[in-house]
Design a protein around this ligand. Structure first.
Ligand code: MV4
Length: 447
C-alpha cells in the first residue's frame, strides 16, 4: 500500500480523499492556492504545500507545481479528485513516467474516453447499446448530410472533445443542418481547441442515468448499480438519487453485465461512471464515460456500503476486486444527495462571501461531505459547491423525509444557497412520484 498520497484538489473532495487515506493509515499531503490558506483540506492533511496563486490555471491545474510538490514531500501516489487534472491524460502519463501512482484509470483509457466519438465506437463494439449516429469525427458538411439521412431528425451535433453539455446543437429539420454544423464546429474549436464533431439521434425528454464501476489491474470490472441524475439546471446537477425508480433489477443486471464486459475489454481500471440517457420507452443508451470519481459518488456508497474512494486507493495499489468487494453487490434502501451551492437564488450566479454561521444537520441516515465551516470565506475562484447533503433510508419515501428534515435544519448564514430550491424540489408532486426527466427544473421554475 502507498505510504503517502498527495491530493491534487481542494474543497469537499480533498477532505473526502484525506478521510479515506486516514482510514487506511496512509499519510496525506495537501496542496493549496494562495486563496485556500485557511481551507479545511489544508488543516486535515499531515502536510500542506502552497502551489501558486488563486487562479486554478496557476495552481491546481499547474502540472509542474503539482508534480514538484509530490517529489518534495516524497509522496508515492496522487489522487486528482474530480475536475482540475482528473481527466487529463497527459497528467496521468506524467505521473506514470515519474514513478508516481495516479489514482484513477490508466492514461490510455482517459484518452479514449476523452474522445466521445471514439468512446461511442469502443462501447458499441463491446456490446453496449448506443444511439444511432456517427462513430468518428465528421470530415465535412457532406459527411454530416449523409449521416443525417440514416439517422433522421431530430438529431444532435456534439463536440468530440466536449462532454457535460458544452458545444451541443440540436437540429430538428434538414434545412438547419448546415448552419448548426458550422456553429458546432466553431464552438468546439473555441472551447476545446478541437473542431471535431459527431452526430447522434436526439432524445427529447431523456432521464440521465449513470452506472458506477470499479475495475482492478487484472481485467476484472464490477458494476455498483445506477444513479438517477436528471434533476439538473444548465447541466449542473442539483440532486441525485440511487437507485433509480425507473431501473428494474433485470435492467440493472443486464446493463451492469454489459458494461463490466465492455470496460474489461478496453483495459479500464479504477473508478468510472458510464452515462446513459433513458428514452420514453425506458431503454438505456450509452452517451459518455467519465473516467474519475464523481461528485455524486456518495449515494452509491450509501446503498452499496462500499467506500468508493478507499476502493480507488486499494485498486491503484494493486488489490484484486475479489479481495476488496463483497461477492455480490446488493442495493440496500435508497439514498439522495443535494448539492448545496453558494448561489444567488434569483440568477443562480455563484455567490462568494463569508459564511458567518455553518451548522450542518446530523442524526440517523444523514451525512454531510463539506469543507465549509463558520467564518470561512467562500473564494470566488472555484466552483460554488459548499456542501453535499446525503441521506439514506430504507426506501425512497423515508429517504425523502430525511432530506426534508435535514434541509430544514441546515444553517448557512452570510451567503445565499440553493437550499430553498432543493426544499421546493422535495415538496414537488412530480418529484415525489418519481416522474421527472432532465426538463424537470425548467418546469418547476416556470411555475
Ligand atoms: C443528449 C440529449 C438528447 N439526445 N444526447 C447534455 C450533457 C451531455 N452529457 C449530454 N447531454 C445531452 N445529450 C442525445 N442524443 C440531451 C442532453 C441533455 C441532458 C442530458 C443529461 C442531463 C441533462 C441534460 C440537459 C439537456 C440536454
Amino acid at each position: 500500500m502507498f505510504e503517502k498520497v498527495l491530493i491534487a484538489n481542494r474543497g469537499e473532495i480533498a477532505v473526502r480523499v484525506i478521510a479515506a487515506c486516514k482510514d487506511l493509515g496512509i499519510r496525506t499531503v495537501a496542496v493549496y492556492s494562495e486563496a485556500d490558506r485557511s481551507a479545511l483540506h489544508v488543516r486535515h492533511a499531515d502536510e500542506a504545500l502552497c502551489i501558486g496563486p488563486a487562479k486554478a490555471a496557476d495552481s491546481y491545474l499547474n502540472v509542474p507545481s503539482v508534480i514538484s510538490a509530490a517529489e518534495i514531500t516524497g509522496a508515492d501516489a496522487i489522487h486528482p479528485g474530480y475536475g482540475f487534472l482528473a481527466e487529463n491524460a497527459a497528467f496521468a502519463e506524467v505521473c506514470e513516467v515519474s514513478g508516481l501512482a495516479f489514482i484513477g484509470p490508466p492514461s490510455h483509457a482517459i484518452r479514449l474516453m476523452g474522445d466521445k466519438a471514439r468512446a461511442r465506437r469502443a462501447m458499441r463494439e463491446a456490446g453496449v447499446p448506443i444511439l444511432p449516429g456517427t462513430e468518428e469525427a465528421l470530415d465535412s458538411f457532406d459527411d454530416a448530410r449523409k449521416a443525417s439521412e440514416d439517422i433522421g431528425y431530430p438529431l444532435i451535433i456534439k463536440a468530440a472533445a466536449g462532454g457535460g453539455g458544452r458545444g451541443m446543437r440540436v437540429v430538428r429539420q434538414s434545412k438547419d443542418l448546415e448552419s448548426a454544423y458550422n456553429q458546432a464546429q466553431n464552438e468546439a474549436a473555441a472551447s476545446f481547441s478541437c473542431a471535431d464533431v459527431y452526430i447522434e439521434k436526439f432524445i427529447d425528454r431523456p432521464r440521465h442515468i449513470e452506472f458506477q464501476v470499479l475495475g482492478d489491474n487484472y481485467g476484472r470490472v464490477v458494476s455498483l448499480g445506477e444513479r438517477e441524475c436528471s434533476v439538473q439546471r444548465r447541466h449542473q446537477k442539483l440532486l441525485e438519487e440511487a437507485p433509480s425508480s425507473r431501473v428494474s433489477a433485470e435492467l440493472r443486471d443486464r446493463i451492469g453485465k454489459t458494461i463490466e464486459g465492455a470496460l474489461s475489454a478496453i483495459g479500464y481500471s479504477n473508478a468510472g461512471t458510464v452515462e446513459f440517457l433513458m428514452d420514453e420507452q425506458g431503454e438505456l443508451h450509452f452517451i459518455e464515460l467519465n473516467a474519475r470519481i464523481q461528485v455524486e459518488h456518495p449515494v452509491t456508497e450509501m446503498v452499496t456500503g462500499v467506500d468508493l474512494v478507499k476502493s480507488q486507493l486499494l485498486l491503484a495499489a494493486g488489490a484484486r476486486i475479489e479481495d476488496i468487494l463483497p461477492e455480490t453487490i446488493e442495493i440496500k434502501g435508497h439514498a439522495i444527495e443535494c448539492r448545496i451551492n453558494a448561489e444567488n437564488p434569483d440568477t443562480f450566479a455563484p455567490s462568494a462571501g463569508l459564511i458567518t454561521k455553518f451548522v450542518p444537520p446530523g442524526g440517523i441516515g444523514v451525512r454531510v461531505d463539506s469543507a465549509a465551516y463558520s467564518d470561512w470565506f467562500v473564494p470566488p475562484y472555484y466552483d460554488s459547491l459548499v456542501a453535499k447533503l446525503i441521506v439514506h433510508g430504507p426506501n425512497r419515501t423515508d429517504s425523502m423525509a430525511r432530506m426534508r428534515r435535514a434541509l430544514d435544519v441546515f444553517v448557512v448564514e452570510g451567503i445565499h444557497t440553493s437550499i430553498p430550491l432543493q426544499q421546493r424540489i422535495l415538496a414537488d408532486e412530480g418529484f415525489i412520484g418519481g416522474d421527472y426527466d432532465t426538463h424537470f427544473i425548467e418546469r418547476l421554475l416556470s411555475r
